[in-house]
Design a protein around this ligand. Structure first.
Ligand SMILES: CC(C)(COP(=O)(O)OP(=O)(O)OC[C@H]1O[C@@H](n2cnc3c(N)ncnc32)[C@H](O)[C@@H]1OP(=O)(O)O)[C@@H](O)C(=O)NCCC(=O)NCCS
Length: 183
């Protein structure tokens, strides 16, 4: 499944992708993902960059979006830190797409000079935990009873972090270093 940088031609497909997601999944994106102006601003203007989509057909501009990943630099004195936001279409989960998108985000983030990445996941989200820990992320904080699911039940939120220098050896092991040094 091709992963491409978000451009203006993909914004309508991305809006359709977000509109079809369960509400609980949208909370991870933390932006107004159903607002067309917001999503179009991601592809041009000051908020652009740092976003990639998996598409069904790379050649066609109207190919459907099946996954989304963003790395957003934090503001001010934390601008060396990027926050990762990742979501895959429910019908495409378990096929390695989440892993591919996470890897692309990591490669691009390290290449752009960010030295720390963080991601927030619901504590029992086994798939998210597996794919981020395999990419050198480790648990940095556990926020107890921090979010409510759709039934109102309190859930714990985990903050995972990837320290680029410390985990270089780990990235090397998964081949990310090779990808970064490739022409
Ligand atoms: C997390 C998410 C992106 C994973 O996407 P995905 O395409 O299913 O991921 P992959 O297919 O690459 O699977 C990743 C790993 O998780 C494992 N996995 C899948 N479902 C699992 C489950 N229920 N429990 C434990 N492990 C699971 C897979 O086996 C795979 O490991 P492997 O490659 O060693 O076999 C997807 O579930 C999602 O969009 N969740 C909602 C949003 C979210 O939680 N985002 C993360 C925080 S921003």
């Amino acid at each position: 499944m091709p992963v491409v940088e978000l451009g203006p031609e993909r914004c309508d497909a991305l809006l359709r992708f977000f509109a079809a997601l369960p509400e609980g999944d949208l909370t991870f994106i933390k932006e107004e993902v159903t607002d067309p102006d917001t999503v179009h601003s991601w592809a041009s203007g000051p908020a652009s960059g740092g976003r990639w989509v998996a598409v069904d057909d790379e050649g066609a501009d109207d190919g459907e979006v099946t996954g989304y990943v963003a790395v957003r630099p934090l503001p001010g004195w934390s601008d060396h830190v990027g926050e990762v936001r990742l979501v895959v279409a429910p019908t495409r989960r378990g096929t390695g797409l989440g892993r591919e998108l996470a890897r692309r985000a990591l490669v691009e983030a390290v290449g752009s000079g960010l030295t720390k990445l963080v991601v927030e996941i619901v504590a029992e989200q086994g798939a998210a935990l597996a794919l981020f820990t395999d990419h050198g992320f480790t648990g940095e904080a556990l926020l107890t009873d921090h979010i409510r699911d759709r039934s109102g039940r309190l859930r714990d939120l985990m903050v995972l972090a990837h320290h680029v220098q410390n985990t270089w050896a780990g990235m090397d092991a998964v081949g990310v270093a090779d990808e970064l040094s490739a022409p």
